[in-house]
Design a protein around this ligand. Structure first.
Ligand code: RNT
Ligand code: ZN
Length: 428
């Protein structure tokens, strides 16, 4: 296999080099890109605090494929398995409800100590961590409002939760020597047409101002805010809309998060990056795949993913962009879901790097749109797969679909047995 990979790689390299593309440099650049793998694909966004609470906030997971992780140890074991099948070093994205503790702790009381085990694990595996306050699946968000709630005591609870989350983020950053991005997303909105669109936004603005008051070292924690156009039960109005957070983020120097599923169905986030980059302090991507709605399907190598990657590469936005994944599919093997989404995101970046960008840009500048179209199309069938295979081989992860056999083995030996047990063995 290795020989075959080597031979195809050398052939492919020659073709790319004819266009002045330095394939070795591309492979090095790709290896340096960390993608934040979202822990919540591993257990259908349930978490470990308040496990009896159903998933709310207008998001939904469908499917009951056996083997979802039930404890922090199981989730870490699954994450390790997935990461062992993905080339390169990455980050893991945690939500507050994934605290690993025996204490009965409320969200507004969470502290770094409740995440010590995650930090030890991340250190052991050379991983970075990102973080999110969990402003859903809780009795205090039952009526669909959190940071913009009209009741000050409910607002207080969520403000305190977000403040606590930032401190946990800073703790991750400081402990791991890698900046943690703490992303605030809230579900707040109305099912039906509101009278007052302004007051909830005014309240959200004030809540955010208070949350971000405490100065934290940006080398440790970076704040991000995530918008949305609608959710289940907030079809008519979402408080934290795109315009809201564009304004807030630009005015306050926050990282602006674009989730691929949070816009109207024909609107794409790839088209927004070049504008956002001119005005925002940083960009966080929630790479996802909406199918007819914000369905959070597993990321595939589709046109939009490729276009997102091209924008990042062509405009050299990797320095200001944090790439994270956000999908949850409970209908297939959850580890496979991670592997497919992560590997596809890397493949898209690789493909973007294997394009003759300068040449194409020059053709465009000269008004030679014929060359632009012709070459963009021809490059679609260039042998990027051979370069990808070599990337995998060099990083000692399975080449091509070989990873699937490993996932199936793990399913048989670990996940199926897990599914048969009545309840999880308590972690520590
Ligand atoms: C919801 C947002 C948010 C969540 C995660 C679990 O629509 O996309 O990012 O998916 O925080
Ligand atoms: Zn998201």
């Amino acid at each position: 296999m290795r020989q075959e990979v080597e031979a195809s790689f050398q052939e492919a390299k020659k073709l790319y080099e004819r266009h002045g593309i330095d394939v070795e440099a591309v492979l090095e650049k790709l290896a340096a890109i960390k993608i934040s793998m979202h822990c919540w694909q591993g257990d259908d966004v349930r978490g470990f605090l308040n496990r009896d609470q159903e998933l709310t906030g207008g998001i939904a997971v469908t499917g009951n494929y056996p083997g979802a992780a039930r404890t922090p140890d199981e989730l870490r074991q699954d994450l390790e398995k997935a990461l062992s099948l993905i080339p390169g070093k990455h980050k893991v994205n945690l939500h507050a409800i994934y605290a690993d503790t025996d204490e009965k702790v409320e969200l507004d009381q969470l502290a770094p100590r409740h995440f010590e085990k995650w930090v030890d694990w991340a250190k052991e595996h050379g991983l970075g961590l990102d973080f999110n306050p969990t402003c859903f699946s809780h009795e205090k968000s039952e009526d669909g409002f959190t940071l913009s709630h009209p009741d000050p005591s409910i607002r207080r609870f969520w403000i305190d939760h977000c403040k606590a989350s930032r401190r946990i983020g800073a703790y991750f950053g400081e402990q791991l020597g890698q900046t943690c991005v703490t992303n605030v997303w809230i579900p707040d909105g109305y099912k039906d047409i509101p009278v007052d669109r302004m007051a909830p936004r005014q309240r959200l603005k004030e809540s955010l101002d208070e949350i971000f008051q405490e100065e934290l070292d940006p080398a440790f924690n970076l704040d991000a805010v995530e918008s949305k156009v609608f959710g289940l039960g907030s079809e008519s109005y979402v408080v934290g809309s795109h315009e809201f957070y564009m304004g807030y983020g630009v005015q306050n120097g926050k990282v602006i998060c674009l989730d691929a599923g949070h816009f109207h169905p024909t609107e794409t986030i790839s088209g927004k990056l070049s504008s956002l980059a001119l005005f925002s302090k940083g960009i966080l991507l929630h790479v996802s795949r909406p199918v007819r709605w914000d369905s959070d399907h597993v990321v595939i190598l589709d046109d939009e993913l490729l276009e997102i990657a091209r924008e990042l590469i062509r405009h050299d936005l990797l320095g200001m962009t944090h790439i994270g994944l956000d999908f949850f599919d409970g209908s297939i093997n959850r580890i496979a879901a991670w592997v497919i989404g992560m590997r596809n995101t890397q493949k898209a970046l690789l493909r973007a790097m294997l394009e003759p960008t300068d040449y194409l840009r020059q053709a465009e500048l000269e008004g030679d749109y014929t060359t632009r179209l012709a070459l963009m199309e021809e490059f679609k069938s260039y042998p990027f797969g051979a370069v990808w295979d070599m990337f995998c081989a060099r990083h000692h992860v399975p080449v091509r679909e070989e990873w699937l056999a490993e996932v199936k083995r793990y399913e048989r030996d670990v996940l199926t047995i897990r599914g048969q047990q009545k309840s999880a063995v308590s972690p520590s």
